[in-house]
Each structure stands twice: as C-alpha cells, then as structure tokens.
Design a protein around this ligand. Structure first.
Ligand SMILES: *Cc1c(COP(=O)(O)O)cnc(C)c1O
Length: 387
C-alpha cells in the first residue's frame, strides 16, 4: 500500500509516461519547513532548478518563500510567477553580461558572486546602469558533503565559490567596487546530503570564515547556508517529509550569528522530491536466461537521475498484488545507462501494468529532454484529479 494507490483508477485514463504530483504532501512539507524555520526567524529561498512547475511555485510563493535562481531565465520565470524581486537571489558560476544586466534591472535581492573576476564585472555593469547593486559572495568552505561527486560543490577542487587564500584580493576588490554593496555571505556545498555532521561542520567552518573575513574588514548582514538537505529515496512512504526540525535546530546550535544578521537557507530537493512520481506503463516483459526485464515507456529522457548519478529511486508496481519476482527495470532509449533498477522485486508483472518511479519531484521534470526526439513528459497534480 502506498500513497498513490487511490489515484490508480485515474492514472488508467492518462497517457504515460507522466509526472504526478501529490500537492497535499507538497503543502505539508512546505508548511513543516516553514514552521520549523520560523522558530529561529530564518528565511528560505526555494531553489527553482529542482522543480519550476507553476503549481509548485505557487505553493512556495504562498508560503512566503523567496526564489533561488541559477540562470537569467529562472530569474525571469520567478518574476513571472509572482515572486517579488526583493526575494530573488541569483547564483551561477557563469553568468553572462546579459543575465547580470537583467538581474540588475529587476533589482533582485542579491546577485551571488562566485569569483573575484565576477565581482569586477558586476561592478562595471552596475556602474554602466548608473546604479548600486547588492551582492553576496559565495565562499568555498572546502567541505566534503559525502554525496555523489557530480553533486559536490563545496570542495576546494570544485569550480564554485571563493577560497580563503583569495580573501585579501576579495577585500581589495570589494573596497574598490564603488557600485556594489555586500549584503550576504553564501555557501552551498552539495546536494542530497544525508550525513548530519556535514551540516555541523559547514556551520563551524562558516564561523571560522566569518572571523577571517572580519580580519579583512569584510562583514555582511545575511548568511546563506544554501540547500543540500537529502531525502530518503529508499523509503518515500516511510519518510515522506524530511526532518526539518533537526536541520534547523542543528543550524541554530552551531552557526554563530552576529547581532543584526539574518540566516537564509535555499532548500530545493528537500521540499519537492517526495511529492513527485513518474507514472509509466510496462511495454514488455522480456524473460532472459539469467534475468527478466521489465521494459517501461519512461526513459532517461523523462528522469535522468539514475543514468546521471546512479540514483536509485523506489519502484512500485501499481496494478497487481501478484507474488513477487525479480526484474531489471529498463527504459526504451538506445543507451545501456537507461536503467531504473537492477534485480528489483515487483509483483509478477505483465504488459500494460502501471509502474511508479517514486521521489521524482526534484531534478526530474526540470532535467527532462528530447533526446531520441521523444515527447517531453506531461504533469498532473492531485488537486486536479477527482478520486
Ligand atoms: C541547487 C542549489 C540549491 C538547492 O540544492 P538542494 O540540494 O536541491 O536543496 C541551493 N543553492 C544553490 C546555490 C544551488 O545551486
């Protein structure tokens, strides 16, 4: 039994594959995050790249969250979806002049600068626009988040942020930057972090970095810890909502906040992963000599995470309660990496059965693509489905 069961009759009439979003779970997750965060007066900017669908953004906006964007188009999309510009932050290691100029024109909360070179460019573009721009500086805290190497972003060897050995130069550049105001210090060390001590180390490291920056006379009113909180991909029904209480308690206990400073977080995955599933139909069951394959109509073009990060999403068969068998669950794309799970136990499965790939709400639909000229998957929301 899982939380999708009651929607199965409705799924039968929809063209697969598609994304399905449990909006009630999304609202519950967002409310829980907001509730735990408000105890300490922290503020959240939702990381749009995890899921930028309009009904999802509406829930975030109505909760009072701001938007964390990583491209000029995300900034424009956030504005179009009603996020007030003063609640939008924009990070990226490679912003074009055009993207920066748009962000300046819309007067967003701040531009997160990732290198001293970028600070120079933002300063000259601000001067050209005849205005002063609020920035934050992304620091590279050199922390290993113990997650997949492709989603590790806070190690010295990664391309993100400014390292302590550059702080002297940073101080000089900030002093010379007549059209910038330093608003915030920012870190983001990776994604799908499930190892709690990583967040503790991050807070302690940020305390040290702040002390060091102070010695260069660099101070900011806001501290942003980024996102990264991981979800339980193995057991989405057992842990539908992450432990926000523990997360914010931990920050409260370990982060040294100076008088007048506000703490910001940028959750993405932790808010949206569990509410989404890919619903797909079995095209063929191939019985091999060593293995049985279930070939489904969803592929890596619909959900890239397994192929890109070796991510393992829980796979549930929704159509029968037959005795279990073992299968490799694979997609239709001409790539061996197009595999959702090996040796997975499912009720004995037949052509036409419905399968759910769970925890697909984050970095799922936003990464879908048209390789093989496939159609992009559509989306359905529980609010619109009458059961
Ligand atoms: C992607 C990203 C986030 C969100 O990360 P999650 O792991 O989805 O919580 C937050 N901040 C920045 C700067 C990001 O690039």
């Amino acid at each position: 039994m899982n939380m999708l069961t009651r929607f199965v009759p409705a799924f039968e009439n929809l063209k697969t594959p598609f994304y399905f979003y449990d909006m009630e779970l999304l609202r519950r997750t967002v409310a829980d995050c907001k509730n735990e965060m408000s105890r300490y007066g922290y503020q959240a900017h939702y990381a749009l790249k995890a899921n930028a669908n309009e009904p999802v953004l509406k829930v975030m906006r109505e909760a009072g969250f701001g938007a964390d964007c990583v491209s000029g188009n995300e900034v424009l999309w956030a504005i179009k979806n009603g996020f007030p510009p003063e609640k939008i932050v924009y990070s990226s290691v490679g912003k074009t002049d055009e993207e920066i100029t748009h962000a300046i024109r819309h007067r967003i909360f701040c531009i997160n600068c990732e290198s001293t070179q970028e600070i120079d460019v933002v300063n000259s573009l601000a001067a050209a626009a005849g205005t002063t721009v609020d920035i934050s500086v992304r620091l590279n805290p050199d922390i290993d988040p113990h997650t997949h190497q492709y989603i590790t972003t806070g190690l010295e060897e990664n391309k993100f942020g400014i390292s302590p050995w550059e702080f002297g130069r940073l101080a000089d550049i900030l002093k010379a930057a007549t059209h910038l105001r330093l608003m915030a210090l920012h870190v983001h060390v990776g994604s799908q972090i499930t190892d709690w001590p990583v967040f503790q180390r991050l807070c302690e490291r940020l305390n040290d970095l702040q002390d060091l920056l102070c010695s260069y006379d660099i101070q900011a009113n806001h501290l942003s810890l980024g996102g990264g909180l991981g979800v339980d991909y193995a057991d989405p029904d057992g842990h539908p909502v992450v432990d926000f209480k523990r997360y914010f308690d931990l920050i409260y206990r370990h982060l040294k906040v100076r008088p007048g400073q506000t703490v910001h977080v940028e959750p993405g995955r932790s808010l949206v992963a569990q509410c989404g599933s890919v619903i797909t139909r079995v095209l063929y069951v191939k019985n091999g000599q060593k293995k049985n394959f279930v070939v489904i109509d969803a592929g890596m073009t619909d959900l890239l995470r397994p192929a890109l990060y070796q991510a393992q999403h829980a796979i549930r068969q929704l159509s029968s309660q037959a005795p279990p068998e073992r299968y490799d669950v694979v997609g239709p794309i001409c790539e061996s990496g197009d595999c959702f799970g090996k040796n997975i136990s499912l009720p004995q499965t037949r052509r036409g059965d419905l399968i759910a790939i769970r925890s697909a709400g984050a970095y799922g639909q936003t990464m879908s693509m048209r390789y093989n000229l496939r159609d992009l998957p559509s989306a359905y929301y529980s609010d619109d489905i009458v059961v």
